[in-house]
Design a protein around this ligand. Structure first.
Ligand code: M1P
Length: 268
């Protein structure tokens, strides 16, 4: 959905304007899975309290690969109100202070015909992949990307974890990506393994750095990014290494909270 950019910045009641925060020109941006919560699980009450406190110090944003619905299951259904900026699907779905921002769409970018060829190819390929179990929803169409899962997104938590282990040994996703890269070179797409049972496909450049477009010109001098998949090939790599950000690699949500304490919350 494309909606006009909001023309005014209105801070909700009880939320300090950026200029009144302790670090007025700083924004902290967080990956979700592995950074604010365990993969596809809800953030802990401690994490939610830490982020609430942080909002007194800096501007606060999440930038996740998942779609907005899944991220809100993790950060809380009131997430759009609790973060200054919400970036789902790498920023292809974006909110500032509760108002949706304009964005681009995958289908408009590649066109219906090419999209259809891509999906048909994926379904054909997956029909020939032999893995221990298969469930449902092998292709999930989103605004800014396509998410592909060889086991299917309907897998239960134990099945999800089992697939992740199986994939580590058998490289089901990595092999499929290699083939996709060869078949669809002309579409100039990027493939990212950001989670446990799927991978994302989106146009080159529509990685998490896309979200930075939404805060350009907002006056932030220090843009901190926190993520766990900051290695090459991980879906945090591009934004972590981008020259506009100060990147932090975290190993768990607890590690994220520890870094926030050290960097901001306990600074006199
Ligand atoms: O945020 C990381 C990834 O989370 C999910 O991955 P999975 O279901 O495979 O664990 C997906 O929503 C994926 O798009 C996203 O990149």
């Amino acid at each position: 959905m494309s909606v006009p950019l909001p023309t005014t910045t209105t801070f909700p009641p009880g939320v300090k304007p950026f200029s009144e925060r302790k670090f007025p020109k700083t924004i902290c941006m967080f990956d979700v899975d592995g950074t604010l919560s365990l993969a596809r699980q809800e953030a802990s009450p401690e994490m939610k309290a830490t982020l609430k406190k942080l909002r007194e110090y800096t501007a606060v944003a999440f930038v996740g690969g998942s779609d907005l619905g899944k991220i809100l299951e993790q950060v809380g259904s009131d997430g759009i109100q609790n973060f200054d900026y919400c970036f789902a699907e790498n920023g292809l779905t974006a909110y500032k202070l509760g108002q949706q921002l304009a964005s681009a769409s995958f289908i408009k970018h590649v066109g219906e015909e090419e999209y259809k060829k891509l999906v048909n190819w994926i379904l054909r390929y997956l029909s020939e992949v032999d893995i221990p179990v298969k469930r449902g929803t092998f292709v999930e169409f989103r605004n800014g990307m396509v998410n592909v899962s060889p086991i299917g997104r309907n897998a239960s938590l134990p099945e999800r974890l089992a697939f992740e282990q199986y994939d580590k040994e058998h490289h089901i996703r990595a092999d499929m990506i290699t083939r996709l890269e060869q078949e669809f070179l002309h579409l100039n797409l990027n493939y990212a393994i950001g989670g446990q049972l799927s991978f994302d496909i989106f146009p080159k450049g529509w990685d998490k750095t896309y979200s930075l477009k939404h805060i350009e010109g907002e006056g932030f001098k220090d843009i901190h990014f926190f993520g766990d998949k900051t290695y090459k090939g991980g879906n945090d790599y591009e934004i972590f290494t981008d020259e506009r950000t100060i990147g932090h690699t975290v190993t768990s949500p607890e590690h994220t909270m520890q870094l926030l304490d050290e960097l901001f919350l306990t600074v006199a």
